[in-house]
Write a protein that binds this ligand. Structure first.
Ligand SMILES: *Cc1c(COP(=O)(O)O)cnc(C)c1O
Length: 397
């Protein structure tokens, strides 16, 4: 992934920064586009995963829609050039200001998460003399089989309307003249690698759409959400199984004539397209532990500290010295590997990327790549400790 030229380029740059492999992004988008258009499926990009301007621009150019979770995201999507008819807006706590912004923008659909929110959108739409198009986000109580910090579709989660509240939703819809019901929406979690989970979701969606039709509400849109996972352990094998994923829905979702099927993918589209590049500031050899202290920490990439997430960590300076850059680290001749706790500079004990990482002996100034950091990486950067804003560098500059 990092050839000698790239590493020479990195050596001249201030670290830390996110390095965007734009060719990886392009190949991923192409694969997703090909697999989804085979069945006429619509894909919205969940832009909270990464709203780096170049990344957004490229995704827009491939014709994806935008899935937004704040008023500012709605605005950024439209400013970037995503068509307003392709913008959807979810979120358990949309403020009046955000709802008004989205009403003014004439977006495609609000994914509504409670009865109270229905009433608020109806009232705000009426004040503007508009009809708001809405889908109901249903919490289907399906276990996504993923880390419990990133599961969203269980009864104990705050998201969506629970099944026992649906009668109230239907009764409310009948009383809200400024709402137009488009369909039903689901999003059961993130980093889902077991496709069986989606099969269970399909069963639940089929039941729910029959229920709404039985109540007299035709369902035009089935929005299945996102969550497709990626392989963090093998960063160079970088495209998700989009074929397999869409095929599950093709097989198990009961799609009626004229219905649209929508998806909201974030991680699977952008996860592989970036690495966080950092330098070793200090090597601390203790009695029990060796520490590599990097110039990047939880302020640049918080996933390991927030969700116990795994990212592959590579010393790319030592790789190039061995003359094996570009080949997979697994194929390197076994050399003397040492174990390090790879930590950041932030004043928090949790500021550790990973414990006991096996790396070649490492030295001050070595470049460290933290791989597969394109999703929920740069977007979660913070200025805690009054840190500088993390930079971004592109493969094609
Ligand atoms: C975050 C989010 C997504 C995307 O999730 P990924 O795991 O990144 O695919 C989709 N839909 C909604 C409503 C979300 O909040």
């Amino acid at each position: 992934m990092f050839n000698a030229n790239t590493i020479t380029r990195f050596q001249q740059l201030e670290t830390p920064f996110y390095y965007y492999h734009l060719d990886v992004l392009r190949r991923t988008l192409e694969a997703c586009k090909a697999a989804s258009s085979k069945y006429g499926f619509h894909v919205h990009y969940a832009m909270k995963a990464n709203f780096n301007p170049k990344v957004l621009e490229m995704i827009k150019d491939y014709g994806f829609g935008a899935d937004c979770v704040s008023g500012n995201e709605v605005k950024a999507a439209i400013d970037c050039g995503f068509g307003r008819e392709n913008v959807v807006f979810a979120g358990v706590g949309k403020s009046d200001k955000e709802i008004n912004l989205a009403l003014d923008a004439d977006i495609f659909c609000f994914n509504v998460e409670s009865v109270q929110e229905l009433l608020v959108i109806d009232e705000l739409a009426r004040a503007k003399n508009k009809i708001a198009k809405i889908a109901i986000r249903i919490n289907p109580n399906v276990d996504a089989n993923t880390h419990h910090f990133i599961t969203t579709g269980l009864d104990e989660n705050k998201f969506g309307v629970n099944i026992w509240q649906l009668q109230d939703v239907a009764d409310t819809l009948r009383r809200c003249p400024n709402l137009e019901f488009l369909g039903i929406h689901f999003h059961i979690g993130s980093q889902i690698t077991d496709l069986e989970v989606y099969r269970t979701l399909c069963t639940r969606i089929n039941e729910m759409q029959d229920w709404f039709e039985g109540q007299g509400f035709p369902v035009k849109v089935l929005n299945t959400g996102g969550g497709l996972g990626i392989n963090y352990y093998n960063p160079d094998n970088d495209i998700s199984d989009f074929e397999g994923y869409f095929n599950v829905f093709k097989q198990f979702l009961n799609v009626k004539p004229g219905q649209e099927v929508h998806f909201e993918l974030g991680r699977a589209l952008v996860g592989h397209c970036a690495s966080l590049i950092s330098r070793v500031l200090y090597v601390k050899n203790g009695q029990k532990k060796n520490f590599l202290v990097l110039d990047a920490g939880m302020t640049e990439l918080i996933r390991p500290m927030l969700y116990q997430a795994y990212h592959r960590i590579e010393n790319i300076s030592r790789k190039s010295e061995l003359g094996v850059s570009g080949s997979k680290i697994d194929e390197q001749p076994t050399q003397d590997l040492l174990k390090y706790d790879v930590v950041g500079p932030i004043c928090e004990s949790t500021d550790c990327f990973q414990k006991d990482v096996e790396l070649p002996e490492s030295f001050r100034g070595d470049l460290i790549a933290i791989r597969t950091a394109g999703a929920y990486g740069e977007v979660m950067a913070s200025s805690y400790n009054l840190r500088d804003r993390v930079g971004s560098v592109y493969s094609e500059d």
